[in-house]
Design a protein around this ligand. Structure first.
Ligand code: NAD
Length: 520
């Protein structure tokens, strides 16, 4: 078993050098990345200057012209090779994800699986999603319309630390295979994982220049990307996302933003209490709760509340915490001192305003510098900060409700709308789902039913973001539609060789005829 104090030796210096060479940097300056599992330094990451960002865009723009001419078949084959490489490099990817994010191995595996699923999905769907599409012309037979999907150009990807592999590479893959090139800035706390992903892209056959990696502070290097990219894909905080949207609006470029959430779970009357409690544990504490779709509010019907509370608390109390790269640990560390401070503040503040800690409620410096126990609160009042604000940590509040109408209103409270979960009878849950303001609703699951189904669009309503990853939406966001109309026989806007009133009579007749058909 790996123990505290031994993490820095997991990565060989030669391996670190191979990965860090992929950062576009001429500054000679570096920044230390440390593992949250123990606080030990892991690597020195080269810092990129604004000139380096410019150079990355120049290279990406140059590469895009050739790249966009490759066939969809070639791109699809590269994706399938990437799928295989991700699985054959699974163990190193798991080590890197764990070392940089602090999460447990089983939660790191979710990322590896998600990236492989995404690669296979777009490899198989690419042709259908990108091939020119026939649409109806003005009048049948006279105008032939096709819609092309044209790449945007260079896409900027700004990714977070909590899912350092999949929120970087899986989000960028559809951009690449739609014919764009990418300039990517990983979060400064987790660049090695993203670099390992970039290395696998090259090994799968993607040309080196189609994926550029730059590194540095978000407000400098990230802003420079937002100021140059033809489209921006951002995952992170609502505050940063709002700033990015303002710059993008000035430039009239598109963006997708996946931001924060205060995601609710509803346990309906008639739910299987043990199944709901087990599902809630995964839903609340995956990646120690540092997951955008994590559940932070749990509404349980009065008839089940006591039974659910004891089943849930029992399961949470028995979770195995630890700093280890082995599979037996269930919950890992928080990412940083900042995240630990937020969680501690939210718990202390809730308790000060009358809440009770049912389980957890304390930091665990004996395990590592940023560990915090999975925590369940009861009796949280609107005065508490965690009532509405996102904690982004291992903290959930239990609430009792007695009518389905009330719980829909409770679930929709606040400003977010990312994910929701409903445990209980499927017919009732499906009936409620459309009334919940959330981009994904998982029935008898916390988040994985929709997150894992990569054919399904995923993203936020309200301040949880805009745009969707995954599915057709996840690739079409990186394209512009271009309608191409071919006119045959007669011009459509009034032929010069017929008097306007005759043309108008003909068109009126044709429109009346069309009205009788089911055509759009
Ligand atoms: P953040 O928004 O500060 O950082 C996310 C990414 O954006 C990082 O790569 C960062 O370097 C970059 N960035 C920061 N400022 C930027 C700017 N001005 N312009 C361009 N890029 C910029 O988020 P964080 O501080 O890492 O986390 C804080 C909160 O964000 C969390 O508590 C959580 O609420 C939310 N978050 C959400 C997700 C998600 O999956 N939706 C992921 C991570 C964080």
């Amino acid at each position: 078993m790996t123990t505290v104090g031994t993490f820095s030796t997991v990565l060989r210096p030669e391996r670190v050098a191979e990965l860090t060479r992929l950062v576009r940097s001429t500054t000679g300056q570096t920044r230390t990345v440390s593992t949250p599992l123990s606080g030990e330094p892991l690597a020195e990451i080269p810092s990129s200057s604004l000139d380096d960002v410019d150079a990355a865009f120049d290279a990406a723009r140059g590469a895009q012209r050739t790249w966009s001419q490759t066939s969809l078949r070639e791109r699809s084959q590269m994706m399938l090779r990437l799928h295989d490489l991700v699985l054959s490099h699974r163990d190193e990817l798991l080590d890197l994800i764990q070392l940089e994010s602090g999460k447990s191995r089983q939660h790191a595996f979710d990322e590896v699986a998600h990236l492989a699923l995404t690669a296979r999905y777009y490899a198989r769907r690419l042709r259908r999603q990108l091939s020119p599409d026939r649409r109806s012309g003005v009048l049948p037979g006279l105008t032939r319309i096709t819609v092309n999907r044209v790449p945007k150009g260079v896409v900027g990807i700004i990714s977070p630390w909590n899912y350092p592999l999949t929120m970087a590479i899986a989000d960028g893959l559809p951009a690449l295979v739609a014919g764009n090139t990418v300039v990517h800035k990983p979060d400064s706390q987790s660049p090695l994982t993203a670099l390992a992903g970039a290395e696998l892209l090259r090994a799968a056959g993607f040309p080196a220049d189609v994926w550029q990696v730059v590194s540095g502070p978000g407000n400098v290097v990230g802003t420079a990307i937002v100021e140059q990219a033809d489209y921006i894909c951002f995952t992170g905080s609502t505050a940063t996302g709002t700033g990015i949207a303002k710059i993008a609006a000035e430039r009239l470029v598109g963006y997708s933003l996946e931001l924060g959430g205060k995601n609710p779970m509803i346990v309906l009357p008639g739910a299987d209490v043990e199944k709901a409690a087990a599902g809630a544990v995964t839903a609340c504490f995956s990646s120690a709760g540092q997951l955008c779709v994590s559940i932070e509010r749990l509404y349980v019907h009065d008839s089940l509340y006591d039974a659910f509370r004891s089943a849930f608390v029992r399961r949470v109390s028995s979770l195995a915490l630890g700093a280890s790269l082995d599979w037996d640990v269930e919950i890992g560390s928080l990412i940083s001192a900042g995240q630990l401070e937020t969680v501690t503040k939210h718990v202390d503040d809730a308790v000060a305003s009358g809440a009770t800690v049912l389980v957890g409620g304390r930091a665990r410096p004996d395990l590592g510098p940023y560990f915090y126990e999975p925590t369940v609160l009861e009796g949280v009042t609107p005065a508490a900060q965690c009532f509405e604000d996102e904690t982004f940590g291992p903290l959930v509040s239990l609430y009792r409700y007695d009518s389905v109408e009330d719980v829909v209103e409770l679930a929709n409270a606040g400003e977010y709308g990312l994910n929701a979960s409903i445990f209980g009878p499927v017919s009732l849950a499906r009936e409620i789902a459309p009334r919940i303001k959330a981009g994904t609703v998982n029935i008898n699951e916390g988040f994985a039913a929709t997150f894992g189904s990569v054919d399904a669009p995923m993203g936020g309503m309200r301040t949880s973001g805009t745009g969707r990853r995954q599915g057709d939406e996840g690739i079409h966001r990186y394209t512009e539609t271009q309608s191409v109309g071919v006119q045959r026989l007669l011009p459509v806007a009034g032929p010069a060789f017929v008097k306007p009133q005759i043309y108008a009579r003909f068109l009126t007749f044709a429109l009346r005829l069309l009205r009788r058909t089911p055509r759009a």
